[in-house]
Design a protein around this ligand. Sequence first.
Ligand code: CA
Ligand code: CA
Ligand code: CA
Ligand code: CA
Length: 506
Amino acid sequence: MKLELMSVTTLVLLLAVAVVVPATASLDHLPRGAAPKDAPHFAGDAFACDNGKSIPMESVNDEFCDCDDGSDEPGTSACANGHFYCTNEGHEPALMVSGRVNDGLCDCCDGSDEYSGLVACPNTCEELGRAAREAAEREAQLQREGFATRVRLENQAKQEIQVSVIQPSCCYFFRVFLAHSRVVPSQAKHHMERKERIAALDKEMESLERRVQELEAAKTEAETPEAAAKEVFDKDWEATMQARRSEAHANTFDFLDVNNDQSLTAEELLLHPELANDEQQGVTMKDIEALLDVDDDGSLSEAEQSVSLDHFKEHLYSHITKVMADKDGVHPEPSDPKPEYDEDIKTLIANADAARTAHREAESQKRLKESDRKKLENELNYDTGDSHEFAHMINQCYELEDREYKYKLCMFDKVTQEPKAGGRATKLGKWNGFVEGSDRTRAKFDDGEKCWNGPNRSCEVQLSCGAENKVLDVAEPNRCEYVMRMESPAVCKPFLAIDPAAHDEL
Ligand SMILES: [Ca+2]
Ligand SMILES: [Ca+2]
Ligand SMILES: [Ca+2]
Ligand SMILES: [Ca+2]
């Protein structure tokens, strides 16, 4: 049975080899489906499985799986874990699971996996190979262009530095330092420009600081008479009010002091029904005594029995004016609004206001310059690359729009997300340098705005070679963690031909 089967298979196999795979000299002795790298295994009289088990060479491709690792059946589907190698001349070789051998589907582009005659597979390797080579050439062209752009940008920076080194500038010591250092020229250019701007800012800030001091003195000068005049006016007003309050106290006291002996007694207060605890019952001596007993000790001291104006003012006035407010002769404390300052004082206030505003504005100008300076200082510390290939991206932003948002990537600064429908832009992160060990192909933007009930937003920018700076897409693989892909000439390398062996074979 087995012998018969074998002979038929062998015949088909021989035919297939003759027609489909024009064997090259070096692969002559290779069994069907074996990879060229395994050629030595098939050279002797016996075949060794990977685990060391030895089998006769006749057991290779005999449609029976002898080796646990499936290595004895590269050209049949007998071993579930075997692998079939397609030569695919004209395109790339491929290694596939041997279950695909003679399964009626064309898997290898050279058709070598289907030799049973079940289906006829056309050889499409030439066509596929050409398309792949064309795609690789396009990719290579793009990389060449990108690298050329990178070189151009670097050279541009070099020329700029030469010009700026020759030009007289403030940074003498920096130029001396340059002449004796190995700082990359464009990096130096970038540094020098900023150092010069910082020096210019320092000068501006020096004169601004003088101005702030002058204005502060002027402010003090204007505020002194202002404060003095206001104090006089306020004191006058307070005295007037004090007199009016005293008058109200005294008039009320006099009204209650029926016999005019400068002392209030229980009998005098008993005349006023408003002082009753219970309106129905009317005012009683008990009510009056409770009112007079201001220290609540259950008895009336002399001061409590015979109430003087001062005692009245201190302890009784406020209650009595409240319950007897409507009564003629009872005068609550006046609450006149404070009148406006007179014209002279108003002029002094206006002068002081102007001096305060001028001082405040000069201070805020100074703060703006300080923040400019800080920004420049930060820029001095940017990592713009070994040959300063990222220098041209300083202060540049690159945009991308999707359906909902406009994204803005400002290199060395921040990444933002702005709703297209309108509204405030959200900061996804601020520049935190290139990821260490990434060869400047990944940049981190951290510490963005806080997510609702979550962490602060962050964004990683992944750079690949391209002819120009372009944001390709943006994704949010984890909540509030964004990934932005970008093409840039800055990461292009000198073009090297793609090694086909580097491609995955499985
Ligand atoms: Ca076998
Ligand atoms: Ca197949
Ligand atoms: Ca009296
Ligand atoms: Ca008492």
